[in-house]
Write a new protein. Structure first.
Length: 206
């Protein structure tokens, strides 16, 4: 389903920014969609780090089969790590996913508190897990929690789209991009999503 703020955000962004309005009008029937359960989404993000989308999908498919399609913290903890590595996970990614599972299992990640927590508070909690950096946490805020005002400026795709759409492809400093992003508050997640789509019309999964 479409986030309840989506249409309101589009109207506000279009009034503020003619370039953003053009991008949105060129993609009238697409919108952000929530991606999976929290643990599954984060485990899949770790699985896909630093490899191609195709390779990540192949490894993830094998992990799902290995866990009998039950992608839960308990299932990961119960599975021998050698078996997980045999799915194509590196030693490090196996450790990361196991650490993530342990954080969920012991309550170190407070899913029930997230609705009352700020974006930065959730990011601070998630990056305590080995293998989860700020970029992964920001992707999670956008694609799983549907937070409306996340601006993942470290993302290379976002940087490229800003350069293409606002600076005619020329180089621009992060400071200039950040200043531009301020004009999109409080809907920077929506602006970011459309900027991604302007380069890649097919939504990607995280």
């Amino acid at each position: 389903m479409k986030p309840d703020y989506w249409d309101r955000a589009k109207r506000a962004l279009a009034r503020k920014d003619a370039v953003m309005g053009r991008i949105m009008r060129s993609r009238p029937k697409v919108h952000l969609v929530r991606r999976g359960e929290p643990f599954l989404t984060l485990a899949r993000a770790i699985c896909g780090q630093q490899i191609s989308v195709k390779a990540a999908q192949s490894v993830w498919d094998r992990v799902c089969i290995c866990l009998d399609q039950k992608i839960t913290p308990e299932a990961v903890i119960a599975k021998d790590r050698k078996v997980l590595r045999a799915c194509g996970l590196s030693d490090r990614k196996t450790e990361y996913i196991a650490d993530l599972a342990q954080h969920f299992a012991d309550g170190s990640i407070h899913v029930h508190r997230w609705p009352s927590m700020s974006d930065e508070e959730i990011i601070a909690e998630l990056v305590e897990v080995r293998g989860i950096g700020r970029w992964t946490a920001e992707m999670f805020l956008i694609f799983n929690l549907l937070r409306p005002d996340v601006f993942p400026l470290d993302d290379l795709g976002l940087q490229k789209s800003i350069r293409v759409n606002y600076f005619r492809g020329r180089k621009a400093s992060l400071a200039r991009m950040r200043k531009l992003g301020e004009s999109w508050r409080p809907w920077r997640s929506v602006a970011t999503w459309y900027l991604w789509r302007s380069l890649d019309p097919v939504p990607v999964e995280y």
